[in-house]
Design a protein around this ligand. Structure first.
Ligand SMILES: [Zn+2]
Length: 216
């Protein structure tokens, strides 16, 4: 089930107060349109009915994909997590915490495709280390497509405050990377039914524990 509520927002530009709908949880099997609204930003976009000024409103969202069996919690509070959900069905789920809308969107792309997000975060660390020409910013997985010479590639957005750039990485390189790094992941299996934040900090800490000589 998806859940919404109405909150009152004061326009940061003209000060006019108006209602805004927030979604505390979205179930993308029941409400597939909410996935697109999240991805294109409209779910979080406030547009003033008086002066048309628009801004992003951030609020906690629980993203639930029952078909692909994952949940991602944007800005979930500890208390909510402990209080809300329990049940054996969660054992089969990927449960992830994120702290920005961009990271929520990225996570949905990764898990929807059935990729291992821990592996992907490790791969991003190695991309950064191996290619200094990648622009500054948040490196975010955006999907799989074809790049130069029609070769299958992982596609990434590099998001900084001033711009978003897109780069690709060969899928074959990723598969080879997976073979090399799988043992590291198997050495630290995730606990069932536990919420974890799998991000760059997670991947760097994992590398630090297993390959201390190669880390910064
Ligand atoms: Zn306004």
């Amino acid at each position: 089930m998806s859940q919404s509520s109405s909150i009152s927002i004061k326009c940061p530009s003209c000060g006019r107060e108006q209602e805004f709908t927030t979604w505390s949880s979205i179930n993308v099997s029941l409400n597939p349109e909410k996935k697109n609204e999240l991805r294109n930003g409209s779910l979080n976009r406030f547009t003033c009915e008086s002066c048309s000024e628009s801004s992003e409103v951030n609020y906690p969202v629980l993203y639930h994909d029952p078909d692909k069996k994952f949940m991602v919690w944007l800005n979930g509070e500890d208390a909510d997590i402990r209080g809300l959900m329990a049940g054996d069905f969660l054992d089969e789920y990927h449960l992830r915490l994120v702290n920005s809308r961009n990271h929520l969107v990225e996570k949905t792309h990764v898990l929807e495709m059935g990729l291992d997000d821990r592996l992907l975060e490790l791969f991003k660390v190695s991309m950064r280390m191996g290619d200094k020409s990648i622009p500054e910013g948040d490196l975010l997985f955006a999907g799989v497509g074809s790049g130069q010479n029609d070769l299958k590639e992982l596609q990434f957005a590099v998001v900084s405050e001033k711009e978003t750039k897109f780069i690709g990485a060969g899928f074959k390189a990723f598969e080879e990377f997976a073979v090399t790094f799988q043992p590291m992941l198997e050495a630290e299996p995730l606990e069932a039914a536990k919420w974890v934040q799998v991000d760059q900090a997670y991947a760097k800490a994992l590398l630090q524990r297993h390959l201390p000589q190669n880390s910064d």
